[in-house]
Design a protein. Sequence first.
Length: 129
Amino acid sequence: MKNTGKSINEYYKDVPVVKFPKDENIIIVKIHNTISQRPIQDCIKIEWMINHKRALLSDILLAVNEGLIVDIFVLNDIIPKNKSGKHRKKLFVTQIKNPKLRKKYVNKLIPDIYRQKGEGYPIRYNYNI
């Protein structure tokens, strides 16, 4: 999104906000800092600080740029960067091609609760363990 002086809410005023079903475990990965540098799937595959156990419970993973869902994936595996496995992990994902799921999520806004201003951590979950 180009800086036009508008807030995200003004910029996307006609874009619907998605409602996350309670029976779907969703990981939200904010990629707006890396999206201009590489393809979306490569943005997801970089190393993240992520809760391994929690992430493996996910049904889908949403790639989000400035609050807008730009793609949807399924998490296949999580590989620790180092032998201890305590810190950064690499996510291995596959793009979801299902038209019904893509229509439900892609090009929609995530709810406000997941896009609070000033949040530094790029990964959010809609579920607890």
